[in-house]
Design a protein around this ligand. Structure first.
Ligand code: SF4
Length: 134
């Protein structure tokens, strides 16, 4: 697909992170408190700063961690919609350049990634419950 570097997908991001994403970014020297937060359900998401993902360079219109960015960002604009399943995000102006083959391939990756992220969030919730009980 042709990325137009418009920054739409990095605006007010709610991108979910896997443990591998977090570790990779920490290895690059970023403090997790700077770039992510856990929600009440145990899901890790990217933080925003001034309306954009903390890693988005609005001046240069690029991702500061492009080579190490989260898997969800690499797979984008193919996403999982709770009602429709695997779709190409309608807010992406380049959505028309995604082929059916790319959509199918990335769609498989989205589902695998979400499985991992769901399992990790579940583990965190369980650990939190155990912590409160002890
Ligand atoms: S990590 Fe990079 S590609 Fe992903 S939302 Fe942030 S700036 Fe955009």
């Amino acid at each position: 697909m042709r990325c137009l570097r418009c920054g739409v997908c990095c605006t007010e991001t709610e991108m979910l992170l896997s443990a591998k994403d977090i570790e990779r970014l920490e290895r690059k020297g970023y403090d997790r408190d700077f770039f992510m937060r856990f929600d009440s359900e145990g899901y890790a998401t990217l933080r925003n700063y001034r309306g954009f993902c903390v890693f988005y360079n609005a001046e240069k219109r690029c991702c500061k961690v492009r080579a190490h960015r989260p898997l969800g960002c690499r797979i984008y604009p193919v996403i999982y919609d709770e009602n429709k399943g695997i779709v190409v995000d309608t807010i992406c102006p380049s959505r028309g350049s995604v082929t059916e083959k790319q959509k199918a391939k990335r769609g498989e990756k989205v589902l695998r990634l979400l499985e991992t992220i769901d399992a990790e969030a579940k583990k965190r919730r369980l650990a939190e419950t155990m912590r409160k009980r002890s």
